[in-house]
Design a protein around this ligand. Sequence first.
Ligand SMILES: [Zn+2]
Length: 323
Amino acid sequence: MSRQVLDELKQQISLLDYLQAQDWRPARRLSRGRLMGLCPLHAEHQPSFLVDSTKNLFYCYGCGRGGDVIRFAELYHQVRFPQALALLQQWRGLPPLLRAAADFYRMQLHRHSEAVAYLSQRGVRSPEVVEHMGIGYAPGGCLRGWLTQLGFPLETLREAGLVTGAGYDAYIHRIVFPLEANLYGRSLSAAAPAHRFLTGTKGGLYAWEQVRHYPEVILVEGLFDYAALWQAGFHNVTCSMGNHLNGRQYRQLCDRPRTVYLAFDADTNGSGQQAAQSLACRLREQGINVRSVSLPDGHDPNSFLVENDDARHFRLLLEAALP
Ligand SMILES: [Zn+2]
């Protein structure tokens, strides 16, 4: 990550907001935007934790630690720098540019019958799931103009990967799903690569904050699988966006004891099942209770639910899932 991106992140995240989101409350307000309270980093009875809300910095007179919001996240969550960054990005949500792009794509969805037809063919029909996931459509050829009109410089659009080097919209004829800090685009056309992400990481598990408190979690590899399950009433579903989990997604799944139902694709070449098996072994080593959902050959959870338009059939698969 470049120096510039880091500085932007630090500017966009208010240390005070972040502290308050962690239930920190100031005991005293001093002059010039400075506040004093109990230190969240160690136990104390007298406030010695100073926050300078204008400089976005903290210092504790008790434990002698101080720094910016990233340093705070490192100390508070006891994680290394890259994980602290990821936590902060997740907390902040989509950066303004990607938020604007996602809003634009959402407006396009119902203006383009080919997009609605594609969603319907993949079984995504309920307005609730479209709303819940913020699903949009990239027709191509009009995002750049919209965003530059909003004041985003062309160079910024290029850096984010929204626009190609030649200045064209990068996503053309794609269903778009906003992720925590990226936009995933699924091509409608078989001629283009099916799956695309913008510059940067795919991020953590999909909608993890809404799922992490369930004692039983269903993990799928595709967002259309997620959509079909969510629509069928399985709200304890999350998605790794591919059958290989990144380090962060893996740590999320292991952050407390739980049961994970692995519902990866039953591809004819066996790659989904192989990935599920190796993941199952690694999760069990961390004390996670794993159950492998076995779908009929050639099916993924999406196609299974499109064919068996009834939550009951999928529930039977869950019940039959082997430890
Ligand atoms: Zn302290």
